[in-house]
Ligand binder design. Structure first.
Ligand SMILES: *Cc1c(COP(=O)(O)O)cnc(C)c1O
Length: 671
């Protein structure tokens, strides 16, 4: 059987470490039959299969379905240290908070990758014949350091793929042409199991870090989104697009549809054109999801640069599409022009995308993003939901059943249990941050996401006087912040510097306000925060947040929102999941990212914060008010809304509208 697996998956039988972790029954502590079944389906030409191509995948094994291994993993895959910058700085010098946890597979940077990971997990939960394809980033994204008075200092991240549990090197290689050079690419595989371990989806990862390749080629798969060089960016997109098609062929997978998660993978069209012999035929086999309404988010490359990586014939294939804008090629347009299915990631994002790309407007559909329920739900909350299964139904089998939580609005028992579960999560967070004197009875809110201008990371710190006033007159506040700025994004790095300065200014007010800024935001910290703070703050400048997903993770754990009206929130606004504030652009306008509306929107933010802080403390301290409190209602509504904003629903929509795979909940019979 083990031999079968090696044959099916192409695992490198010469790798002695695998001998210990792969047996007839076991794959790194997980059952092996689901792997055999999934591989057989992907190899079977009679079976319809989909490939999901993405530059990044955030699988979060530190918080979900971790593999075990008989061999120890390299320490650099384990120890994680998070420095803190706070307004209790005497503490910061002595303590960082440390976890001895498995480092998350560091092949993602933020929301796009987490969505791709969640998409694969839900595909496995639904037993769909899907294979993911991405890149093995040998140096991850980057390690973040804060320097007071300076901002963010990025540092190279290191990890060891060879000893990472569940990641298997294959004895399979592909070749791709980059300029005049033929690069050799090694394939790896990682299996993404369903929540109940009955099904899997394989993720194939491509790696150019081989001795046979010259230095420049080896470093192609070093760092995700390294952006100082156009040729490297083009070569990476060539690897992702063209390489993915070759990698799937190399493994013998019979793929019917290639789903491009963002335009990074658009060059797959070149290879698929060769396979299907015409643009029309190739397009039938490609689907595409667009993830950004921000101009800089659309990849554009100069023809002359493309000509240095692609050969004449290949370049010609894309020059004859409508992706050409003068001397540059727009990969978003390339993807739109060469696919049979296009979707935006929230209703509002659909409207904006149709305005930005009027030529394709009839074809741009919308499938709203979600999060993977089982990855993001905390244990205490899951236990409460299990206790009320009679009303809620089997929410594991179908997370959409969480909508039934709305029926429990009248149940004092449920509200009591929900509150207690939340307090348990919050207590855990306070324990982890004990040196910073966090208190369980103090109102705690969090802003944690990628630091990008349109997300307005420092809005809450915009007017410190007003913030201090709220904390003094209404009640103390604990604020937790986290997020990485893209290393080449100077403006975002400036935001970090500004935030550090503002936090420092609050030093003398630390009895009323504690602000904690965590370094190295990752999926482990994300799960900790979304489940244990009282309020999730989301204040992007509309309409630039395509969807946003961290708020969905928070509502799943009963954590209400204080948010602007953008992305997914537009669809959630009538669910009663928190407070909505701030500017909204007139319909039919794309918006202006330069005009940040900081004055108006921070005022609106403080007004709402003041009300909601008062509501929180009234709920906490007035016993006779507790069960009537709008706070508890918002918590209940939040979980009910999570019945919609999950990837189980999202993937079901992808499947219904674009993929056309059969989904069966019983294990596939390999014969
Ligand atoms: C969920 C998640 C994100 C995405 O958050 P947004 O709300 O979409 O900005 C980014 N980074 C990490 C680590 C996450 O877990």
């Amino acid at each position: 059987m083990r031999q079968t697996l090696f044959n099916l998956s192409g695992a490198d039988a010469a790798d002695a470490r695998l001998e210990k972790d792969i047996s007839e029954k076991n794959f790194f502590g997980f059952p092996i039959p689901p792997i055999i079944a999934a591989e057989e389906k992907l190899l079977n030409p009679q079976n319809r299969s989909v490939a999901y191509l993405s530059m990044e995948f955030g699988l979060a094994p530190s918080v979900y379905n971790p593999f075990s291994s008989a061999s120890p993993t390299n320490n650099i895959n384990r120890i994680k240290k998070h420095e803190i910058f706070s307004n209790l700085k005497d503490m910061d010098y002595y303590h960082s908070f440390e976890f001895e946890e498995l480092l998350d597979l560091p092949i993602y940077s933020g929301g796009l990758g987490v969505l791709a990971g969640d998409a694969l997990k839900s595909s496995a939960d639904l037993n769909l014949s899907v294979a993911g394809v991405g890149i093995l980033w040998n140096k991850g994204y980057f390690k973040q350091n804060f320097w007071f008075k300076y901002g963010q200092v990025p540092e190279e991240a290191n990890w060891d793929p060879k000893t990472y549990p569940g990641l298997i090197p294959l004895d399979k290689y592909i070749k791709i042409n980059l300029g005049n050079f033929e690069a050799k690419i090694k394939l790896w595989k990682y299996y993404v199991y369903s929540y109940d371990k009955r099904f899997v989806v394989p993720l194939v990862l491509m790696d150019s870090n081989l001795k046979e390749n010259p230095k420049e080629v080896r470093s192609l798969t070093d760092q995700l989104y390294r952006s100082d060089n156009q040729l490297i960016k083009i070569a990476q997109r060539t690897l992702l697009g063209i390489g993915a098609v070759k990698a799937l062929d190399c493994l013998g997978y019979k793929i019917d549809l290639y789903h491009l998660n963002e335009g990074h993978a658009a060059l797959a069209y070149i290879e698929l054109y060769k396979k299907y012999a015409s643009k029309e035929e190739a397009s039938k086999h490609i689907a595409y999801t667009c993830h950004t309404p921000v101009e800089a988010g659309h990849d554009r490359f100069h023809k002359n640069d493309l000509a240095k990586v692609l050969n004449k014939e290949d370049l010609q294939k894309i020059l004859s599409t409508t992706a050409v804008e003068g001397d540059v090629i727009n990969l978003t347009k390339l993807a739109m022009d060469t696919t049979s299915f296009i979707n935006a990631v929230a209703q509002k994002h659909g409207e904006i995308t149709r305005l930005q790309f009027p030529k394709f407007k009839e074809r741009i559909k919308t499938i709203t993003n979600g999060v993977h329920t089982f990855t993001w739900i905390s244990d205490p909350i899951a236990k409460v939901l299990d206790k009320y299964r009679k009303t809620i139904g089997d929410w594991q089998k179908d997370p959409e059943n969480l909508k039934q939580v709305a029926e429990l609005q009248a149940s004092q028992h449920f509200k009591y249990d929900l509150w207690k579960a939340h307090q348990e999560n919050k207590k855990n967070l306070c324990k982890i941050l004990k040196y910073w004197l966090l208190e369980e009875s103090v109102f705690t809110l969090c802003w944690a996401r990628r630091i990008a201008s349109y997300k307005r990371p420092s809005l809450i710190l915009h007017d410190l006087k007003k913030l201090i006033e709220i904390a003094k007159t209404i009640g103390p506040i604990q604020i937790i912040l986290a997020g990485k700025a893209h290393p080449a994004d100077n403006l975002s790095s400036t935001h970090i510097k500004e935030m550090l300065n503002k936090i420092d200014e609050l030093t003398t007010y630390r009895d009323q306000i504690k602000v904690i800024f965590l370094e190295n935001y990752d999926t482990y910290i994300a799960k900790l925060l979304v489940s244990s703070v009282d309020l999730w703050l989301n204040n992007p400048l509309p309409p630039f947040e395509a969807s946003g997903t961290s708020g969905m993770k928070a509502i799943l754990n009963g954590v209400p929102q204080l948010t602007t009206l953008d992305g997914w929130v537009v669809e959630a606004k009538d669910w009663g999941i928190g407070r909505i504030f701030g500017y909204t652009p007139p319909p039919g306008q794309i918006g202006n990212e330069q005009d940040q509306k900081l004055e108006e929107d921070s005022s609106a933010l403080y007004k709402n914060l003041s009300d909601i802080t008062a509501l929180y403390y009234k709920t906490l301290y007035e016993k006779e008010y507790f069960y009537k409190s709008e706070w508890l209602q918002m918590m209940v509504n939040s979980i009910a809304a999570a019945g919609y904003f999950n990837t189980n629903r999202m993937i079901s929509e992808y499947n219904k509208n674009a993929w056309g795979l059969t989904s069966s909940s019983s294990p596939a019979n390999p014969n």
